[in-house]
Ligand binder design. Structure first.
Ligand SMILES: Cc1cc2nc3c(=O)[nH]c(=O)nc-3n(C[C@H](O)[C@H](O)[C@H](O)COP(=O)(O)OP(=O)(O)OC[C@H]3O[C@@H](n4cnc5c(N)ncnc54)[C@H](O)[C@@H]3O)c2cc1C
Length: 438
């Protein structure tokens, strides 16, 4: 059998494709985990989704689709309660449960199966650890993996770990001196969890270090959210790769800052400890520092950090180091057999994709490899985020089915592209003068 599409990974990116696929599309998704999970190692009870719940797997491309978050609430008999609760944002735990609910309603996901290689011979040949599949198209949705500075990687263990492993290690933190490195949402959540523990479970000391100038908030204001609309992806398309990359870097706090609620919760708790209660917790918040070295001395860690404004070194001792230093693209070694046919951009940084997220390659035009969530520098800050997941899926499916774009255009209220309102000037014969003064 030849599939129309084989999806590698069944996280939200490919799950959205699966949920939006028409019945006649012959697709199969391969997921190496035994069951669906979404950032389980960071499932804090207080952690909320950083986008609207409407940005689910399907709604922004097909509001009538049965796999929506609203239908999840309805089917599980909690739609009225959800409304009555008047949440400002949805808990990540509940959204993970929604994703899992969708994954269980779909019958074309093979769990506990890992894709090992993809080759090409008229069709793609996908080799897993259990079988071989042939497909006309591939969608790569393997997500991100933890990023940790290289000097700390050889020393990883249960007292020196990435924040994505927090929940698997948090039972052994009581009474310890802890350093969190990284000032984004993940670092903030780990910090809040550590400072808000009950007496029996309390840690002795928490230091929170970030390179950023301060503990900076995510910008969730209306015009910033314009960056998470389809028209923004189209706008970026005209730029060179280096310009797009710079644009992403400049606007990073639109997606990687800390949510206002988490910042308030942290500040208010620290206020209570400082001024209202006699809490023995020792804490320090340290912006403008870069951690540059880690040494093991007996059972302790010695952290070498550089103050970026004063340009001096500082040293701190800790029992446990938690790296909240972000994520990078998941490895795609399975593409090695066809890698030489695939175009790349930057210094081999990303696979080059076209408007439909299809990799530019030396192969037949009707055979595509779609890259989901690993082309941020080309498609912008929405790429790793849930905001445009449904829209991207629709684009991919239209391409597979060779259909013209099926989506309603959402024109921005902002004029991102250059405009020239020259007619009145031409009429008045002023255009030359105007041009000369630009
Ligand atoms: C803690 C945390 C909170 C977040 N919160 C938000 C939020 O509130 N809003 C938002 O918009 N975004 C959020 N994000 C961004 C997040 O990355 C996306 O929401 C989403 O998880 C991306 O989905 P994905 O399918 O691309 O990747 P993933 O969710 O990482 O899924 C990839 C899947 O591929 C599987 N896989 C990998 N390699 C193979 C292989 N060789 N064979 C088979 N399977 C494989 C993995 O097991 C995994 O299940 C958050 C990220 C983190 C880390």
């Amino acid at each position: 059998m030849i599939y129309d599409l084989v999806g590698i990974g069944a996280g939200p990116s490919n799950l959205s494709l699966a949920a939006l696929s028409p019945k006649h599309l012959n697709a199969m998704y391969i997921e190496r985990r035994p069951e669906f999970s979404w950032h389980k190692g960071m499932e804090f009870s207080f952690a909320d989704l950083q986008v609207s719940f409407v940005k689910d797997l399907v709604t922004l491309a097909d509001p009538t689709n049965e796999h929506s978050f609203l239908n999840y609430l309805h089917t599980n008999g909690k739609l009225y309660h959800f409304l009555n609760a008047q949440f400002q944002s949805v808990s990540r735990k509940e959204y993970a449960d929604y994703f899992k609910w969708v994954s269980q309603r779909l019958d074309n996901i093979l769990m506990s199966e890992c894709v090992l290689s993809v080759n090409f011979d008229e069709d793609f040949i996908v080799e897993t650890d259990k079988r071989t599949l042939r497909s006309k198209n591939i969608s790569v949705g393997v997500g991100k993996v933890q990023y940790i500075p290289s000097f700390a990687r050889p020393l990883l263990g249960n007292n020196n770990f990435h924040v994505s492993q927090y929940k698997y290690n948090d039972h052994q933190l009581a009474g310890k001196k802890i350093i969190i490195v990284g000032g984004g949402q993940s670092g903030a959540e780990a910090f809040y969890d550590l400072i808000s523990r009950d007496k029996d479970d309390a840690v002795k000391q928490v230091y929170w270090i970030t390179r950023r100038d301060n503990f900076l908030p995510i910008d969730d204001s209306p015009f910033t959210n314009d960056l998470f609309m389809p028209c923004q992806v189209e706008y970026l398309q005209q730029f060179s790769y280096s310009k797009k990359k710079e644009y992403v870097r400049k606007n990073i706090l639109t997606s990687d800052g800390i949510s206002g609620k988490t910042l308030n919760d942290i500040y208010q708790l620290l206020y209570r400890y400082q001024f209202l209660e006699d809490n023995p917790l020792e804490f320090k918040l340290m912006p403008s520092r870069s951690v540059e070295g880690l040494t093991k001395i007996g059972t302790k860690w010695l952290v070498n950090s550089r103050h970026l404004e004063y340009e001096v070194d500082e040293h701190f001792e800790a029992d446990v180091i938690i790296w909240a230093t972000g994520f990078c693209d998941g490895p795609k070694n399975f593409l090695r057999p066809i890698d030489h046919k695939l175009e790349k951009v930057g210094v081999g940084e990303e696979y080059m994709v076209d408007n439909d997220y299809s990799v530019v390659w030396n192969g037949p035009k009707d055979r595509n490899i779609f890259m989901l969530n690993s082309v941020k520098n080309q498609k912008g800050l929405s790429d790793p985020n849930l905001s445009l997941t449904a829209w991207r899926s629709r684009k991919v499916l239209d391409r597979i089915e060779n259909k013209a774009c099926q989506q309603v255009a959402n024109k921005s209220l902002v004029e991102w592209n250059p405009i020239q309102e020259i007619e009145p000037f031409v009429e008045q014969g002023l255009i030359r003068e105007a041009k000369a003064s630009i």
